[in-house]
Design a protein around this ligand. Sequence first.
Ligand code: ADP
Length: 390
Amino acid sequence: MDPTTQKIQLRVLIVDDSVEDRYFYRRLLEQTKEYDYQLIEAGTGEEGLDCYRLLRPDCILLDFRLPDFDGLEFLDDLEGEQEQEEGMVPVVMVTGQGNEFVAVEAMKKGVKDYLVKDRITTDSLHHSIKNAVERVALLRELEEKNRKLKESNEQLEEFAYVASHDLQEPLRKIANFTELLASRYRDKLDAKAENYIEYIVDGATRMQQLIQDLLTYSRMGKREIIIETVDLNEVLKQAVTDLDILISDNQVQVTNDELPTCKADSAQLQRVFRNLISNAIKYRSDESPRIHISCRLSRNFMEIAVRDNGIGIEPRFSKRIFGVFQRLHSREEYSGTGIGLAICKKIVERHGGRIWIESQPGKGSTVFFTLPYQELMSSVSEAPLTEQHS
Ligand code: ADP
């Protein structure tokens, strides 16, 4: 037989104490052309659970009224069984007319669909089973995809960490010995050789910086996030203090609105502010830099904006610059490796927020980031609060 025309086999467990009803469902399902139904019958809840344990059906058609327990109790027991196993079996419940309350309760317990006994037809029965099976399959597929994605991200981070960590040592050797070569043989080498040595030292130093940045970036993902109650005004103040030389050298004006208190990792948020403020200074225009930090609060999140009057960027680059080592300028124009915004993105996303930039060339930039507000307050487990010193 052509394998493409082969019907899908589906094992359905019918749990119903009425022989006539079971026979009725069997007849309906056997008329269906799409699936090859393999039907298992159980007359009591206990027997149904036994069949589930032994035969692992693809779907359960469950009568709400059973002689030993009702459908909701059956679902509770089934859930207990499934805790030991992975995944859930789709259940379609059959109720009598006027039992909407039961149906709602059953849906809350994970039942995928319900049918009213007197109105069942071949089509409605087949479609309920089919939809239930497909929805669960889709969920499983999604879960599997998420799991694989998480696993591959972790592997990638591990690789970046190990590679950047292990590359440091041989690179240090190259840099050290090249410098030694340059100093010991200074008078014996011609200008060309000296130039070459300079290129090697320059390349090695640059590579050391890149590796160091990559290491910092991958450590960011490994480091535990320490959530505590933080006053964002203090976090910002500390970031500004860390940059005081840069700020005074460039005559920067940093102003801010009153910021809220939230739950976050204070050191990591300081880093975000530091990176954004130092970028606002680095990518300054001819005017003296003016940076303003504001905040918009909504019921579920806060949106913090760091606005500058710098050179700005073309909107088409606004996504790209958050990638690792992505820059819009050469090293000669502006120093840097292109890791700063990638680190900000990682930190903000680890807090459950988003980060983006709105900008126009010559019109300054505003980097926005959100942090869950009330949600963060209630969903992140409380870390012991550090003592607050005034
Ligand atoms: P780096 O500054 O080391 O290049 P970043 O990841 O911090 O790395 O920034 C990536 C790129 O985004 C920068 O090279 C720059 O082109 C652009 N950029 C970042 N912040 C600003 C800003 N405030 N104004 C204009 N351009 C910016």
